[in-house]
Write a protein that binds this ligand. Sequence first.
Ligand code: SER
Length: 600
Amino acid sequence: MKELTSESLRNLYLEFFRQRGHAVIPSASLIPENDPTVLFTTAGMHPLVPYLLGEKHPAGNRLCDVQKCVRTGDIDEVGDSSHCTFFEMLGNWSLGDYFKQEMIAWSYEFLTSPEYLGIPVEDIAVTCFAGDEDCPRDDESAKKWIECGIDPKHVFFLPKSGNWWGPAGTTGPCGPDTEMHIIRNHAEADKLSSDQFDLAPAGTFLEIWNDVFMQYNKTADGKYEPLKQCNVDTGMGLERTLCILNGKASVYETDIFENAIAEIERLTGLKYNQSEDVTRAFRVVLDHVRTATFMLGDTKGIVPSNTDQGYILRRIIRRAVRFGRNIGLPQGALNSVSKTIIEKYKDVYPELVRNSAKIEEELNKEETKFSRTLAQGLKEFEKVASQLGAGQEIDGVTAFHLYDTYGFPVEITQEMAREKGLSVDVKGYEAAYAEHQAKSRAGSEQKFACGLADHKEETTYLHTATHLLHAALKKVCSPDIEQKGSNITEERLRFDFNFSRKLTPEEVAEVEKLVNDVIKADVPVVMKEMSLEEAKEQGFTGLFESKYGERVKTYTIGDFSKEICGGPHAEHTGLLGTFKIAKQENVSAGVKRIKAVLVK
Ligand code: SER
């Protein structure tokens, strides 16, 4: 196998697919656009859902990228050798272009060719879909693998539970997949017949890559209807692949964290691998600081808060502070570790450099805020815990007190309780919280439970209204206004922008009037593709995540609004209803927030 660094693996992957006709597209933001049901981008395909459903992508029908992803479902597991909340996914897509034959041949070549990963073919096992009433057995993939050179005894079949991917939420694009695994234990692997893959003891196989053949759309009533086009969606975890290629025990031992580990060792005087507890604390700090750095440094950057993405960020930073204190990390250390992360990724994700001042300020602010109450809160927790016996529960009001007074997110209280064999009455906590604040965190939790949204009409119309609001703010308040964040649910839009004060009642009325005038005029919304440079020249605004030379979509609404945007949008403004600003909020000193609705 070839030893590679993170930089060379990214380049090798993208170059391989570039040479095979793929456009290299930039990573999308970590914060999904127009998707109210998930808080973060969780896979490379996630920002591409509209295109997998049939919309035309401006860069063509062969794409590849390295996508930044966040998955926080297993956050409490972070500290072991495999879990991370942030990771990069290498991926390539066919949007109705090539399918199984080409993809499997390329996967085989990339994995085994000495020019690429150089993995010995006898060390590779593959799994294919076993077939059921929704979709036939995938003999075509199995045959192709064997033709390429995979040993037939290393080809396995699994049902939907193992060889089906998606939809990411309850509905959306999905299909059978074929997964590639490294055989770590040949003796165990050789005992298995083709339908016994699941019986292998843990550690026999290590998954390295997943090719999804997306040919179905799962509908709300649970049916699998054929998509307009047969797509390919593949995903390879960058960190995990590095780990496999370089024979490392965990992702934390790859080049990605080398300098960050050295920095923590310098700050604490401890060694990363000196004991299990120390290693665990190091890993929590490494993972969480990296995730926080990427969240704060994202083009649509977020800040710690008590709701949605901001709450997750707060929880991650505070958990890092707690574990950091266990190994004696001094105040301000999160920022020092973050700097090594920015340095490591600066060429791949230049937004981290652009936003480094904000990353530093917010990390320090949140660390200081929590540090002030941490010691006292821990004392309070110990007092509560000492009064309870093993198996008993910390009541909801006490858990809320720990949050409200000492800043302990309930998940941190739960984790500390578990360490002592106790539990927390979370329902009671939520009731106490709801009583106190009238709005509970349940919204965030629900967003974790499900996945991608349909692009329902309501969200599409609110998206168009967001463009109108943006343009109206520029006209009424200041031409310098820029989008700092956007989030749309089926009920409302939320728009963050740079402005030093709230709008006056007169300004609110003027913005509403301008937007409603455009709606009443029933103006068509026109999409046009062009290069990024042309779009800039023609005065389109946008979050310039795109790269030089790339083709982008632009949306024009009469002579009122011109934005670079992936869509989708209403076809004409008359569909929107009446626009109304429901609320103004303060996000930070220079950033204000408007929530607005469309009344039918
Ligand atoms: N969507 C698939 C995954 O996340 C392949 O990219 O594994």
